[in-house]
Design a protein around this ligand. Structure first.
Ligand code: ADP
Ligand code: ZN
Length: 607
C-alpha cells in the first residue's frame, strides 16, 4: 500500500503538505468526519483525493458544477489516478460503464452532481459499491445562511445517514462560525472535527474604490493586465453582455457568461477561457466551476451582497499562489438594490436581519480607513492580524477631512425636500444647479439651494455615499435611490457630533504590466520564462488541454530556478510528479538544454 507521502510526491509532485492537509488526511484515514474550511487555492482537494487512493473502495465526491467535475477528472487521469464522473453529459452507455467500473472496484474517485443523490436508481447503484469516503465540495451550499444555498444539497443528509461508518468530509472556502455550525447540523455530522486554516490569501492585492466612470476606471486597471486572464463580475446579464461587447470593441479578448447563455455555449466559453489568457465578463453564474489556477485578477463592477460572496469571488484569483489582484468598484445604486431585495424577500425576520448585517459588513469594508485584509480576516475569525502592506489602504493612507459642516448641509437638503430624492438631485440642489423639475417643485427657493458650491459633484457623491455607509442616512425602500433619515441623523444635523470622512481617490495605483506573474524576474530570466511558456503552450495544443493542465506557472518558475539537467533533478521541481515527468519531462529538459546557461542559473546550480 502506498503511503500519503508517496502519493503526494509521486502523483502530485509536491514535497510537503500544506496547512492542515495532513491532519485532515489522517483523521479521514482513521474514519473520522471533518469540516474543512480552507481558503481557495489552499489545496482542499488533496484532503479527500489522497485518502481515497489509500482506503479500500471508491471515494464519492459531490461537486456542484459539471465543468469543474470534468476538469478535475481530466487532471486526475492525467496524473494516473483512477477517476470518473457521473453527470447529465454522459450517454446511457457511458453511464453504465462508469457505474460498472465503480461497483467492480476499478475506481478510486467518483464525482457526482448533487441532483443525482435523491434518485432511487442512484441509491441502488450506490448499494453495489464499497465507499471509501464521501466528500462534499462547496459545502456552504447546504446552508441557507451561506451565500449560495442549493436545495439539492439538502438530500445529502439522508445519504450520509445511510453510511454511518464511512468517513465524511465537508469542504468549503468561506463559512463564518454560524454557517459552519449550520453545515454540520444540516449534514447530520455534528461531531465532525473542524479544520480551519487561516483565511488569508497573501498573494491577492485588494483595492476598492467608489465607482465614478466605471468603464474608464476599469480600462485604467486593465492597462496593467495585458495578456493575463481575469474575471469581471457584473450584477446583471444585460450589463455583462454590454461590457463584453464594449471590451471587444476596445481590442480586448473578452467572453461573456451568464445563465441566459445556452448551456452548450456556456461550456464552450468556459473551455475557451481555460485554454487561453482571456477576460471573462460574467454574472455570479460563473463561479464555482472556476478552477483555473492562473486567473490574475478579479474585478467587481458592482458590490456583491456580502463579505463572504466578495471573498469567495475574489478568491478565484491567484490559486497558483502567485501575485493576483482583486479590484472592486461600488456605489449607492447596488446598495439600494441589495437593500430592496432583502426588504422584499419573504424570508423570516431573523434571516433578514442576518442578511442586513452581512451587507453592512461589506459596506464597512468598502469604507474602511484600515488595512482591507485586516477587516476581511476579522470578519471570519478573531484577530489580531497585522497590517498587510498589500492592499490599497496600506499603500496609500487615506486622507480625512472634517466633513461636519458638509454633512449638515447634505442632511438639511434631504430633510427640506421631503426625504424622497436621490444623490444626483440633492447634489444639484446643493451646488445651485436648477432643473425644470426642481423649479416646478419650488426647490430652487429653498434656503439650502446653492449652499454647497464649494464641493464638486463628485465630492458630494462621496459625502452622501459615506453618510449612508456610516448609517446617517438610509436608502428608501422603493429601491429608486431616495434618501431618508435614520436615528443618527438628527444629532449630526444639530451639530452635536462631528464627522470625519475620507477623501476619495479616483482609482488604484497603476501597477506594472507583464505576462509574468512575479515582479522579481530579471530580464534574462524573463526571456527563459517566455520560452518555457511557449513550450507549455505547444504541449497544451498538442494534447488539446488548457496550459495549466500541462503545468502551473509556479511549476514553470520552479523549472527556471532549479534548471534541472535530467529526470532525476526534474523530480525536485515543484509540481513534477511521475506522470508529468514521464509525459512532458523530455520536452522541457530539451528546451533547457537548448538555452545557454545564463549566469544566474550557473550560480544556482553551483550553490
Ligand atoms: P482548493 O480546492 O482549496 O481551492 P485545490 O485543491 O484546487 O485548492 O489546490 C490548489 C492548488 O494548490 C492546486 O494546483 C494544487 O495542486 C496545489 N496544491 C495542493 N496541495 C499542495 C501542496 N501540499 N503543495 C503544493 N501545491 C499544492
Ligand atoms: Zn493592507
Amino acid at each position: 500500500m502506498r503511503t500519503k507521502y508517496q502519493i503526494l510526491k509521486n502523483i502530485y509532485g509536491y514535497t510537503t503538505f500544506r496547512g492542515s492537509q495532513e491532519s485532515v488526511i489522517d483523521h479521514t484515514l482513521e474514519g473520522g468526519n471533518s469540516l474543512v474550511v480552507m481558503p481557495t487555492g489552499a489545496g482542499k482537494s488533496l484532503c479527500y483525493q489522497i485518502p481515497a487512493q489509500i482506503l479500500e473502495g471508491v471515494g464519492l465526491v459531490i461537486s456542484p458544477l459539471i465543468a469543474l467535475m470534468e476538469d478535475q477528472v481530466q487532471a486526475l487521469r492525467g496524473v494516473g489516478v483512477k477517476a470518473a464522473f457521473l453527470n447529465s453529459t454522459l450517454s446511457p452507455e457511458e453511464e453504465v460503464a462508469v457505474q460498472r467500473d465503480a461497483s467492480e472496484r476499478r475506481l478510486d474517485l467518483l464525482f457526482v452532481a448533487p441532483e443525482r443523490l435523491a434518485t432511487g436508481s442512484f441509491q441502488s447503484f450506490l448499494e453495489t459499491c464499497k465507499l471509501s469516503l464521501i466528500a462534499v465540495d462547496e459545502a456552504h451550499c447546504v446552508s441557507q445562511w451561506g451565500h449560495d444555498f442549493r436545495p439539492d444539497y439538502l438530500s445529502l443528509k439522508s445519504v450520509f445517514e445511510r453510511y454511518p461508518t464511512t468517513p465524511k468530509l465537508a469542504l468549503t472556502a468561506t463559512a463564518d462560525e454560524a454557517t459552519q455550525w449550520d453545515i454540520c447540523e444540516r449534514l447530520g455530522i455534528r461531531q465532525a472535527r473542524i479544520f480551519q486554516d487561516g483565511y488569508d490569501r497573501p498573494n491577492i492585492h485588494y483595492s476598492i474604490v467608489p465607482r465614478e466612470n466605471g468603464r474608464k476606471q476599469l480600462m485604467d486597471f486593465l492597462q496593467g493586465h495585458r495578456e493575463q486572464s481575469g474575471i469581471i463580475y457584473c450584477s446583471t446579464r444585460k450589463k455583462v453582455d454590454e461590457l463584453a461587447d464594449w471590451l471587444c470593441r476596445q481590442g480586448w479578448e473578452a467572453l461573456s457568461y451568464h445563465a441566459g447563455v445556452p448551456f452548450e455555449e456556456r461550456r464552450e466559453r468556459q473551455t475557451q477561457f481555460n485554454l487561453s489568457n482571456r477576460i471573462m465578463v460574467a454574472t455570479l453564474a460563473f463561479g464555482m466551476g472556476v478552477d483555473k489556477p492562473d486567473v490574475r485578477f478579479v474585478v467587481h463592477m458592482e458590490m456583491p451582497a456580502s463579505v463572504e460572496a466578495y471573498y469567495q469571488e475574489t478568491g478565484r484569483a491567484g490559486r497558483d499562489g502567485l501575485r493576483a489582484e482583486a479590484f472592486m468598484l461600488w456605489g449607492l445604486g447596488e446598495l439600494g438594490l441589495h437593500s430592496k431585495r432583502i426588504r422584499e424577500s419573504e424570508l423570516p425576520d431573523w434571516v433578514r436581519r442576518l442578511k442586513w448585517q452581512k451587507l453592512n459588513s461589506l459596506v464597512g469594508l468598502c469604507e474602511t480607513l484600515r488595512c482591507r485584509r485586516q477587516v476581511l480576516l476579522e470578519y471570519f475569525e478573531s484577530g489580531p492580524f497585522p497590517v498587510c502592506l498589500n492592499c490599497d489602504t496600506c499603500e496609500e493612507k487615506a486622507e480625512q477631512w472634517d466633513a461636519s459642516e458638509a454633512a449638515r448641509k447634505a442632511l438639511s437638503a434631504v430633510f427640506r425636500t421631503g426625504q424622497r430624492f436621490g444623490v444626483t438631485y440633492l447634489s444639484k440642489l446643493l451646488r445651485g444647479v436648477s432643473t425644470p423639475r426642481m423649479e416646478s417643485l419650488g426647490h430652487h427657493n429653498l434656503p439650502t439651494f446653492g449652499v454647497g458650491r464649494e464641493l464638486s459633484k463628485r465630492e458630494w457623491a462621496s459625502v452622501f455615499r459615506q453618510l449612508v455607509a456610516h448609517g446617517f442616512l438610509r436608502l428608501d425602500v422603493s429601491g429608486f435611490g431616495g434618501l431618508r433619515f435614520t436615528q443618527e441623523s438628527s444629532p449630526l444635523l444639530k451639530g452635536e457630533v462631528t464627522l470625519h470622512l475620507r477623501r476619495e481617490r479616483p482609482g488604484p495605483k497603476k501597477r506594472q504590466s507583464s505576462s509574468a506573474p512575479v515582479e522579481e524576474l530579471q530580464k534574462d530570466e524573463f526571456e527563459v520564462w517566455e520560452i518555457l511558456r511557449n513550450e507549455r503552450l505547444s504541449l497544451a495544443r498538442e494534447h488539446s488541454v488548457p496550459a495549466y493542465m500541462i503545468c502551473h506557472d509556479s511549476t514553470l518558475l520552479s523549472l527556471l530556478r532549479v534548471w534541472p539537467e535530467d529526470k532525476e533533478e526534474l523530480a525536485t521541481v515543484h509540481g513534477f510528479g511521475e506522470a508529468k515527468i514521464e509525459k512532458f519531462g523530455d520536452r522541457f529538459l530539451a528546451v533547457l538544454r537548448r538555452i545557454d546557461h545564463p549566469d544566474w542559473a550557473v550560480q544556482k546550480s553551483a550553490s
